[in-house]
Design a binder for this molecule. Sequence first.
Ligand code: NDP
Length: 298
Amino acid sequence: RTVLVAGGTGFIGSHLCKFLQKNGYGIQVISRMPGPLNISWNDLSAKGLPDKIHAVINVAGQNVLDIKQRWTPGFKQNVYNSRINTNKILSNAIMNATKKPKVFITISGVGIYEPDSKKEYNEYSEVKGYDFLSKMCLDWEKAAFLEENPCRHVNIRSGVVLDRDGGMVQQLYLPFFFGLGGPVLPGSQYLPWIHMRDLCRMFLFCIENEKLNGILNGVAPQIISNSDFSEAFAKAMKRPTLIPVPEFMLNILLGRDRANMLTKGQRVYPKRAMDMGFSYKYPNIEDACREIVQKPSE
Ligand code: NDP
């Protein structure tokens, strides 16, 4: 059984490919770069889905928090197009395929929910665009729409994905290692999170659970704040949390739209994921951080 993974070269994609292979699946990757398992976006548009694809996954997208990139209109367009266009190309390929896959699984972000200090969101909450990134999330999810239900579609709204070799943890590892880490202020903002292993397990759950359709929140059930995360991470690293990161610095460094991803947060609960029977290996932030910090780097 082969799974086609768009963005399979990235942080999430490469972990997901390895995890699916360990679970007995074959992998093909869609990438802008050539490689032994890779097919290109042009090939996919021109020739359609390869034969005998059991599931199609899209975890592609230009890295939003790349601090080398200024938040210019051109970069924003790139961030937007790399998500919306890839979902559209894949949904078209699925609709046009003679032999359909069983399931199309896409990712988007919890940034679709408007930050609020009190409101708790779950998969049934109403969503409406309130800024550039949340409107992008709405369009991202819409772009995966499949006419006439050729197969199941599940979209995972992911929180911050935690693992050693990428994403937020990789950026924080050195400052925390040198005892220079701390929360992003104000610190009380929620930080929806998930351990990489649980996210990969959730993708597998979507492939194998033949009744599953619609939205799942890809977040751990434990609601934490940014300060809670810093404390758990520093404790796992056996370091103090002394130096908080002020909001104005991130606004300058990243631009306000992007800085909001760190300085504001949503209280998100995975109600539907749990109702559908998904269970977590790392429901608790202290265990998750300990596992991430203590495992040997790959
Ligand atoms: P990475 O940046 O590590 O990888 C993304 C992959 O997308 C790359 O390997 C690249 O593949 C492909 N890509 C990048 N730019 C483009 C582009 N312009 N056009 C087409 N493909 C492109 O990201 P992550 O693995 O961290 O995240 C994957 C997806 O999950 C993203 O869409 C992200 O927004 C979303 N997500 C991630 C979270 C996280 O905490 N990491 C949280 C919530 C959502 P190649 O170079 O091979 O073409």
